[in-house]
Design a protein around this ligand. Sequence first.
Ligand code: ADP
Ligand code: DP6
Ligand code: CO
Length: 325
Amino acid sequence: MTAATARAYPNIALVKYWGKQDAALNLPATGSLSLTLDVFPTTTTVELVDGPEDAFELNGGVATGTPAARVVAFLDLVRERAGSTARARVTSVNAGPTGAGLASSASGFAALAAAASAAYGLPLDAPSLSRLARRGSGSAARSILPGVSVWHAGDDESSYAEPVASPELAMVVATVDGGPKAVSSREAMNRTAATSPYYDGWVTSTRATLDEMVAAAERGDYTRMGELTELSALRMHASIQACDPPVRYLAPASVALFDRVAALRSEGVEAYATADAGPNVVALCRPQDRDAVADALRGSGLAGEVTVAGSGPGVEVTDGRAGAA
Ligand code: ADP
Ligand code: DP6
Ligand code: CO
């Protein structure tokens, strides 16, 4: 029996991915840039089995519905490439919240891409894993890489994540609600593209924001990176809120946390706020400021858990044997 286990960490985008150019290949409308974290890993085991069906267990329970269908579709792609018909038993645990806007689909599909590639004998180089992970969830393309990476828009061959030179960064995760969101990222993204009058402006402006972000990262301009991070998040949420029917991910406490982070700046701690598709807020800061930021966010009374994160590793196969079933 062939089995492999892999671990991957979530990433939080400084320039957000929001919209697809091709849903079947999961190609993004624009590039994006993120920091892979060193907290909330996903650990996934893929075991090839003799049975007629795939099985997916997530966080200790049998997964059904869309989460299971996404994993089976992903395994079908892996099998097609590997020339295998073997079914698999997939067991995965997210150390962080699932479906809450803290990138579980990113760590989840990055870990699955690596574990499945190892188990079915597909290539394990970073570009191959990043392209493959993208098919499971777009943001997963970036969780293959450590630290700061850019995920290129492009075609099936060229759309993968690569490292970007950057100053050292830290993030402080302020959990407002760790429960699953009512509308998944995928559904809200598709609805935004189909119905938000601001979507075109979002796509056009994001191309410019990404160019500016990469340039700021390469010259070590932390301040501009922070400003662009807040801008990208707020522009994304503006375009989401304008879709029909509207989706509003930011809760009152999320907005108050953005204000608290702005107040920290006027107090001399240079932090910037961002939020994915969910109410949880992540503060970007310099590594030496992470404890001051965490203390301030804890002291605000606006967050439940406050978790300090640094730059994390890329995906790793921790155990396993490759080979045909
Ligand atoms: P998030 O903000 O957590 O990324 P999404 O709406 O993008 O939320 O994705 C949540 C979905 O990602 C889950 O419903 C499930 O389908 C998938 N997912 C989350 N964790 C895993 C995992 N460890 N393995 C496979 N799929 C996962
Ligand atoms: C707000 O990668 O979860 O986190 O490709 O449909 O699985 P799918 O979407 P997903 O979207 C992530 C959206 C975001 C921004 C980002 O991570 O860049
Ligand atoms: Co996601």
